[in-house]
Ligand binder design. Structure first.
Ligand code: CDP
Length: 194
């Protein structure tokens, strides 16, 4: 069975948690595409070469979840040649036998417009900053600034900007528990599977 669940949305909206839960529930593979851009940003040197030579070891680095890695990711993610180098891998993953969940910014719009389920998971910037702050610690105001800055860059870039696909279902998790958000996403996937 070929079945793709595309989950897009801004920073720290809960995409990762929902994606992992959906993958586990339905037995699908999961790809956190943000990790690819984080690894390219963290690798240093020419980001285009980094994207073209990305290895499993690059993705296993321990420092990819930091705020700095997020900012570096969003800067290299605006470079069209970096995005182009990562397209084939993501498309193959999305359409591999057995079903796949991919979370990112452009999965439903660019990587897999034919996805069977498209979700756009969002929440207010303050709620998202609180969630990220709980994960990474540090200064809350700085976390909020970084989240807002990164969203503006991701939504404003010319190539594959972050946006909901026209046929995406929006889940605003501002006033939802994570369990409720997972349940809503699972309901949508189950309905589409029939
Ligand atoms: O976990 P969080 O939502 O904070 O970020 P992420 O999903 O790990 O993505 C990090 C950065 O990679 C984003 O801010 C985007 O600039 C970029 N990204 C992208 O451009 N396209 C994707 N499909 C996924 C991530």
């Amino acid at each position: 069975m070929i079945f793709t669940v595309a989950i897009d949305g801004p920073a720290a909206a809960g995409k990762g948690t929902i994606s992992r839960a959906i993958a586990a529930r339905f037995g699908f593979a999961h790809l956190d595409t943000g990790l690819l851009y984080r690894a390219v940003g963290a690798k240093g040197g020419d980001p285009i070469v980094a994207a073209q030579t990305l290895s499993p070891e690059d993705l296993a680095r321990g420092d990819l979840r930091t705020l700095q890695a997020g900012q570096a990711a969003s800067r290299v993610a605006a470079i069209p040649e970096v995005r182009a180098a990562l397209v084939d891998f993501q498309r193959r993953f999305a359409r591999a036998e057995g079903g796949a969940v991919l979370d990112g910014r452009d999965i439903g719009t660019v990587i897999c417009p034919e996805a069977e389920v498209k979700l756009f998971v969002t929440a207010s910037a303050e709620v998202r900053a609180h969630r990220r702050h709980a994960e990474v610690g540090g200064d809350y105001d700085q976390v909020l600034r970084e989240v807002v800055e990164r969203d503006a860059r991701d939504a404003g870039r010319a190539d594959a900007p972050m946006r909901a696909a026209e046929d995406a279902i929006v889940i605003d998790t501002s006033d939802m528990t994570i369990d409720a958000a997972v349940a809503r996403a699972a309901e949508i996937v189950a309905a589409r599977l029939g």
